[in-house]
Design a protein around this ligand. Sequence first.
Ligand SMILES: Nc1ncnc2c1ncn2[C@@H]1O[C@H](COP(=O)(O)OP(=O)(O)O)[C@@H](O)[C@H]1O
Ligand SMILES: [Mg+2]
Length: 480
Amino acid sequence: MFKTLRSRVIATYLVVIIICLLLASVVFVLFLTRYEKDRARDDLRRQVGVVARDIGRVVGELGLRARSGTSGTESSQPRRIVQGVLNTESRVLGTKLFLVDSSGTVVAEANRGIRVTGRPLDLPLSLLEKDSQQVVDEFLTRFGREYLFVSAPTLVDKTTPGFLMAIKPLNEIGTGVGSLIWYMALAGLIALGVSTLLALYLSGTISRPIGAVTQAARKMAAGDYDQEVPVKGSDETGELARDFNMMADRVRTAYELQQNFVGNVSHELRTPLTSIEGFSQALLDGVSREEDERRRSLEIINQESKRLVRVLNDLLLLSQMDAGELRPEKKPVDVVDLMRKMDSLYHARADEGGVSLLLDTPASAVTLNTDPDRLELVLTNLLDNAMEYTAPGGTITLSCTVGAEVVDISVADTGEGIRPELLPRIFERFYRGEKSRATKRGGAGLGLSICKELVKTLGGRIRVESLPGEGTTFTVTLPL
Ligand SMILES: Nc1ncnc2c1ncn2[C@@H]1O[C@H](COP(=O)(O)OP(=O)(O)O)[C@@H](O)[C@H]1O
Ligand SMILES: [Mg+2]
């Protein structure tokens, strides 16, 4: 029944509301009943006190008991007056009123309510206290019901003290509460209705975004990666939607990268393989008769095989770095020494290409704690590129500057440069400038992406500055 989050939220909400309403009603009713009872008692005490004083005045003047010798006790003048007062006041107060003497014997009673004359009322002493000038009250059970007894001192004859007594059944006190309960029930129903609507709205605001994310996730699982859910607000569901979108974006990018990667790899492998296949087939078929031609074919096969090995090695290196399998083996390395070595390695090639290779390093050693093989690989890639993209007559400068906390190693050339809009792309895997693609120069477009990964593992960064037609400078910054 409560399978969905939404129904659970609504149910919880309603249960809490109902419990609160019940608790509030119970407390309210208890409090109100008590309050009503106290108020009714106080009212009755006050009124009985007043009536008792009035009766006391009349009886004190006229007496009540028939004097000996006078006949018709019941209908004597003062008795009729007192009877009248008792009847009227009893109606007004809505209680039974009667006069008792100090022994508790009923002397007169109003004609309203239960008859008490001659009945054993068995009044407690607290109500019949002789010296009491105060109004006293007591809750007592008589004739099988609970009553409120209020007793006020008065006179039952010219000088004989007695009490005016009022009895009111307890169930007639606080009857106002009964009708209030209906009002409360009505208010409760309205509160319940309003809170149901609120709960529906509230649960909707929670379950709708979750539902959207669930649906989008399901579609992604089915292979449709183009998903975006609407982000509303900055609460948890908003955060969930935002994070989901971020994740979807990354999955999409990763998927596209993977697709491109497979395409690129196939392409990079197919081109040399096609060459190798073609030339080797020609050799087998005996198409080329000349020794020179055969040698040329073999050279191409050899070159393309080397290219294949290079691409595969690069791919292997990248995948190992991606998997975090290769840890750098750091040790103290004199960078100046390493740069001299690179200079001597590339000198012959520079001469061959008609390019001047300059070395600009500090005179003393600059020692870094780094992985020399990786640093060498980075410089090799950068120098290869510089050689590749610098025309004869140009200059390549390999330089090193030492800062407070870092060392900058740069490879600057006066080559063709890179257009600004292409700069952000050159570190992407398989990215090659149009010219290098068209002229089959350079490698598979993996060199700079390898440099970037390698420098990252050494705790440094690589940046590029370039002006088309003027030259390019790559700078590797490593921590000292
Ligand atoms: N020194 C440079 N001068 C001009 N263009 C360069 C230079 N170095 C790199 N590039 C550009 O960046 C691209 C990517 O370089 P890289 O990753 O080394 O791939 P590749 O050398 O295999 O083409 C190159 O194709 C080229 O267009
Ligand atoms: Mg390269």
